[in-house]
Design a protein around this ligand. Structure first.
Ligand SMILES: C[S@@+](CC[C@H](N)C(=O)[O-])C[C@H]1O[C@@H](n2cnc3c(N)ncnc32)[C@H](O)[C@@H]1O
Length: 282
């Protein structure tokens, strides 16, 4: 049976799936902007927070910094490898549960805030997910749905054509790999809509820009070089591009090549990270 046939999620998530390395690279790379997004929530000490789909757990301690010692942060994730990494990383006072957020084992009104980043778009039915999470909030509690853009907004500032072809190839690869249409991937851009449809109020979106120029910090080079150039682009895009374009891309992504994008003085990378915060009725 194919991975997608046995998967719980739209994007292939199962309890056995492990992409912890990619999550760790992303959180090290975007940590500054993710922490700014958490700061924008103005959490008060004493707040009870659930990180739903906590992945490798970086945000658990960031959230705990704002709410401890009186507050409580809890994480939950479907994948055992991610939970294991999160348990290693999180402070002892922060429990991390292995489980499905659609059936999280908490009584109603357990939390004041639910932080849910880059996860709702992995569900087959994001609305069901938000409703399940909202049922765990006290009246007046908030959900913060976070979502980074599916593709960078700008990576090759000097070659818009190659960037467009690369992005199109990535989209086609994902459509084939997960047997989804472009419409199925709409959750990435509809976090406001899904909160509205779930009946949340006072919805406020806010977007942070992850912007990097050369010379890059080691964590930036690690994420872009490994998670994007090698794993997201790399060989798997070859069938989706003309030979000449693929070879130009391969040169830009090759650390040994003089044109290696991450060491070019004109490298200018932009990617957005949005959060939409909504409140459940009193
Ligand atoms: C792209 S990752 C984001 C992880 C983390 N929030 C972050 O920002 O690094 C999506 C996470 O959601 C988890 N996940 C997917 N479906 C889930 C579900 N139904 N219940 C709980 N976790 C789920 C995956 O295992 C994965 O760790």
């Amino acid at each position: 049976m194919s991975a997608t046939a046995t998967a719980i999620g739209l994007l292939g998530d199962t309890p056995a799936r492990d992409y912890s390395r990619k999550l760790e690279l992303f959180n090290a790379f975007a940590g500054r902007e993710l922490r700014a997004a958490i700061a924008s929530l103005r959490l008060k000490p004493g707040t009870r927070v659930l990180d739903a789909g906590c992945g490798t757990g970086e945000a658990l301690n960031w959230l705990d910094d704002d709410v401890s010692p009186e507050g409580q942060v809890v994480g939950i994730d479907l994948a055992s490898a991610h939970v294991a990494a999160a348990r290693r990383r999180a402070r002892p006072s922060v429990p991390v549960l292995l489980g499905n957020l659609l059936a999280a084992p908490f009584p109603a009104e357990s939390f004041d805030l639910i932080w849910c980043v880059n996860t709702i778009n992995h569900l087959r039915d994001p609305l069901l997910g938000v409703r399940a999470l909202a049922s765990l909030l006290r009246p007046g509690g908030r959900i913060a749905l976070g979502q980074s853009s599916l593709l960078p907004d700008m990576c090759f500032s000097w070659d818009a054509r190659l960037e467009r072809l690369t992005n199109e190839a990535v989209r086609q690869y994902y459509r084939d790999r997960y047997a989804v249409s472009e419409r199925d991937l709409a959750a990435v851009r509809s976090i406001v809509g899904v909160l509205r449809r779930a009946g949340l109020r006072e919805i406020i979106p806010r977007t942070f820009v992850i912007e990097r120029v050369a010379p890059l910090a080691p964590e930036d080079e690690a994420y872009l070089g490994e998670a994007i150039f090698k794993d997201t682009w790399g060989e798997r895009l070859r069938p989706y591009m003309a030979d000449e374009d693929y070879s130009s891309l391969a040169q830009l992504c090759d650390v040994r090549h003089p044109q290696f994008a991450l060491r070019r003085p004109d490298f200018h990378f932009l990617q957005t990270f949005s959060i939409a915060v909504g409140r459940v009725g009193p």
